[in-house]
Write a protein that binds this ligand. Sequence first.
Ligand code: NAD
Ligand code: WQD
Length: 334
Amino acid sequence: MNVLLTGGAGYIGSHTAVVLSQLGHQVILYDNLSNSSCIVLEKLAQIAGRKIPFVKGDVRDTGLLSNVLASYEINAVVHFAGLKAVGESAQKPIDYYTNNVQGTISLLQAMQLRGIKTIVFSSSATVYGEPRYLPLDENHPTNATNPYGRTKLHVEEMLRDVVTSDSQWRIACLRYFNPVGAHESGLIGESPCGAPNNLMPYIVQVAAGQRAKLEVFGGDYPTPDGTGVRDYIHVMDLAEGHAATLNLLSQTTGWHAINLGTGKGYSVLDMIQAFEKASGRQVPYEVVARRAGDVAECFAYPNKARELLNMTARRTLNEMCASAWRFQQSIQFE
Ligand code: NAD
Ligand code: WQD
């Protein structure tokens, strides 16, 4: 299959490119490099053993997208491109709506023009908002609590309308929980621009000595050790989930929302301990006040992915930490 990955130079897109290309798909990356670098293209070539075509472009550029879809004879699109920082989305909502919502409209227009009706969309567990019950299944009510989350929800709803209007579309909204880790080679991984917003890249930078200590946001949650609990999923398991989703969509039409998580929750202190063990480094930390908008616990009911995609996240917490550390060391000694 010829698959276009928008945002394909980014963290999850690059890992998915590896998996799809190893399965024999022809992968084309489309990215404006606003949160990534073309260095990843060299690394991908090293891992895949061949160059992966790349087009520098913005998803809001419908004309360019439409040309790319036609010239590479694309059959399906995996749509990763977008902005993803929750805090920043409250400061710059217009940027978030244009990149994430307008960007998706532009992509859908280009796809419609070319008669391409298969799309996998990067959604997020954030669409569930404050959990009313746990674990979170796909029928849990949606209620985003920040502009970023609302962009994801708007796109999910828009995609549902598209399927209602034309039953030939094949659409999956993958609701990722907390992706962490890196490809086992250590060549690609998560390298945020500026200070990390998420826990794992922050821990990595503290372990590497780039930051003095980790601030643990809240030690008084109603959880076993008082710190926040999340469902961390290895990015390679997540990437494999995309391949399985494309396979599903090759056999079925309609709109599908599917959780990608492990079903297991780990606390912030569990993560620190696991990382120290995997890296052999200390992660100094201080428990500070809760971060606004955080929930105590969030983890998936992953059975729909198991049933529909025949997929179970199989990589361990130790593999998540060890691979993230391997990637950090590879960029540190470059
Ligand atoms: P990332 O920032 O590493 O990758 C996104 C890529 O999209 C980047 O390479 C960026 O340059 C590109 N991009 C952004 N706006 C663009 C535009 N207008 N046109 C073209 N390219 C553009 O992020 P990621 O972690 O790989 O996330 C991928 C997707 O998954 C995002 O949509 C994100 O919202 C979603 N998601 C991520 C997480 C997470 O924790 N990483 C969790 C849930 C959902
Ligand atoms: C995890 C835990 C923090 C940083 C966010 C988005 C969500 C999704 C994934 C895109 C929490 C604690 C964190 C730190 C800490 N992204 N923490 N110190 O908040 O579950 O989800 O990323 O869709 O939409 O909201 O992930 O990695 O920020 O936090 O103590 O410096 O680590 O309080 O308990 P979160 P996270």
